[in-house]
Write a protein that binds this ligand. Structure first.
Ligand code: FAD
Length: 369
């Protein structure tokens, strides 16, 4: 790895901040360029629900995402504990599993969901999907038994407070005097550095699509609503299976719940539509009557950066730029593993030891284009 002041990171969203954090910890000198401001309000990283759900997501994702998600879930607690030693911003994290429920008339959805889950892989990893009867559901999430009599439990899944994480990473970087150029929209060719890591998410679309035509980058609109519901106590993330409005609720500290998310083939990031708001809020109300008195704190839309196969990719331009993109709806789920792979990959580039045999040994070889 270069030890000179030579690593420029484009984009201080999720990946950019995490990479800067890890590289700074390792004694590297990095400089960040970010189009937005320090709060990153207009990024996917800020809007996300930050659920860490490798098992539930296996129903709709490739095994690579499941593998990277499980590996990342093992990294998050240690990373957050380390971060807490150097910062004053607490980052809420929990790993109490996910509860999945459905209304009686939607039992076919539950069957389909179970069929699509990568159960063989969970079992191999020492986990299992558990069916919950009324008594077991009552033990895990008593608030849900007002409307549901059964469910599914996916142990080991987690979630974190994304906004607190972004703030804590920023605090760490500032304390370590990492230069960050805010409100500075750049391309790789604009910055002077020995090495560039492009983490601009959807902001890299034009460059990415010029260079990597077969795997073109696009945005997938997602809408989320934050509510304050002091009358409802749900401890862990809950997914509602529904043929038209599948929904998740991610509980954050102080009775705040993030409800999401729509998935719309559009790069429109204007306000949440009335239809989406109605669907998300009605589905939430159908979970527990106490949500009826919840207060709507915020509604937001942003785009997930997605590639054609919905898998992340890492590409090296052969000279000085590593581009990482396509984290789609799994950024928080897979970011720690992605960051470690990127750092390892760069180290091999620097040492001149990068070759196809080394890449072929790893489960993540599909990442490399
Ligand atoms: C509604 C919604 C819900 C989600 N829920 C989850 C979830 O529950 N779990 C999960 O794991 N993931 C979730 N995600 C996905 C996750 O947020 C993304 O995968 C992740 O944020 C992608 O990280 P990134 O760093 O690649 O991009 P981003 O976080 O978008 O960061 C890119 C950064 O680059 C900056 N930038 C862009 N162009 C330029 C430029 N020219 N110059 C400088 N800077 C630039 C941007 O301002 C931004 O700060 C969700 C996303 C959305 C939208």
């Amino acid at each position: 790895m270069p030890t000179s002041n030579s690593i420029a990171i484009l984009g201080a969203g999720l990946l950019g901040r995490l990479l800067a954090y890890r590289l700074t910890q390792q004694g590297q000198s990095v400089v960040l360029y970010e189009r937005d401001g320090p709060q990153a309000e207009h990024t996917a990283a800020y809007v996300a629900a930050a659920m860490l759900a490798p098992f539930a997501e296996s129903a709709v994702s490739d095994r690579l995402v499941t593998q990277m998600g499980i590996a990342s879930l093992m990294r998050w607690p240690a990373w957050l504990a380390e971060l807490a030693q150097h910062t004053t911003t607490p980052v809420f994290f929990q790993q109490e599993g996910t509860v999945v429920v459905w209304h009686r008339q939607d039992k076919e959805e539950a069957l389909r969901f179970c069929q699509r889950l990568d159960r063989a892989y969970f079992t191999e990893q020492g986990h299992d999907v558990r069916s919950l009867d009324l008594a077991q559901l009552t033990l895990l999430e008593p608030a849900l038994v007002t409307r549901f009599m059964q469910g599914i439990y996916l142990p080991g899944e987690g979630q974190l407070d994304n906004r607190a994480l972004l703030a804590a990473l920023l605090e760490y970087l500032e304390k370590n005097h990492v230069p960050i150029h805010w409100h500075c929209a750049v391309d790789a060719c604009d910055v002077v550095a020995d090495m560039v890591i492009d983490c601009r998410g959807l902001g890299a679309k034009r460059d990415w699509n010029q260079k990597h035509r077969p795997t073109s980058l696009r945005g997938v609109r997602g809408e989320v609503i934050r509510i304050y519901a002091p009358d409802v106590y749900i401890q862990r993330p809950v997914r509602l299976l529904h043929p038209r409005y599948p929904l998740y609720i991610a509980p954050k500290p102080n009775h705040v719940y993030v409800i999401g998310a729509t998935e719309i083939e559009s790069e429109d990031v204007s306000e949440v539509s009335m239809r989406s708001a109605l669907e998300l809020l009605s589905a939430t109300y159908s979970l527990h009557p106490g949500f009826g008195e919840a207060r709507v704190l915020e509604m937001r839309a942003q785009c997930r950066p997605a590639l054609a196969d919905h898998l992340p990719k890492m590409t090296w331009d052969g000279t000085r730029c590593l581009s990482i993109n396509g984290l789609y709806r799994h950024g928080y789920l897979i970011a720690p593993e992605m960051v470690e792979i990127a750092i390892d990959y760069l180290a091999h580039i620097q040492a001149g030891t990068l070759n196809s045999t080394w890449i072929a040994q790893h489960f993540w070889r599909q990442l490399i284009e």
